[in-house]
Unconditional design. Sequence first.
Length: 282
Amino acid sequence: MNASFATPEGLRALLQRLHDRDSVGYWAWRHDPEAERLMQFTIRKYRSLARAHNCEPEDSAYAAFEAMRTRAVRCADDPWAVITRAVQVSLIAEERAAGLLCSTAQARRREVMRHHDARRFGEDETGFLELLAESRGPSPVDPARAAPRLEPGETAPTTAFEALNLVISMFVALGWPSSSATCTLDYIATRLMEAGDRHVAHAYLRRDLAGRVALDLDRDSWATVLRIVLGNPDKAAAATRAGVGVLAMLVCDWKVIDLLADDGLVVEIRDSAPKVARRIDV
């Protein structure tokens, strides 16, 4: 397209004319035929740049339009050079915002841009396998990560996987159906592994209505199970056994028999069991 605005001076003249509202009116950008051709030219000009940043060509046109309305572009020695740089910066921010799951304004900040893109749990197979390996303890086939040799009389520490099985067994022994206890504790452990922090996992699970309904637990039973397994989130109980939770206590080599000596804990686990519906034959 041989258009006057393809050159720096031609573009400057067009922008100055569109900026002069006394001669072209307030809606010049919307109704002026040359302004429309300018935006079509801009889309074609920056199409490859937009695709390089995983954006639509129209995104580059919007960024260019915002730059063209500024005085800095009209007064620049090379208006197209300034617009190109503005479009590039905007497309980079759009790409980072999509990856970070945040607004474009936040993605422009230097302290935010240095973070890696958001990833769903399990999307990175390597990361998932590492977490799974950590939960199950050292692998016997990997001599580099083999467990240290135990001294005479010492017992191997309880792994997170073993602790979870102990909690499931304890719930079953106190009246929970085996399938309900396994599904409930596995669900809580999975969310804990995703969050990486007991308090974050507790806050998320407390509001997880879909998970609670799927596990057939009422609100009181669900809150009790979370408090027993993950600990009481109250800061006043942080340094107590109730604030730690039975899962962490078993990982710290507490014994199940010591936990069952707590009558209050036994009653809470028994009373929080799901109420199994019974069909009445008439």
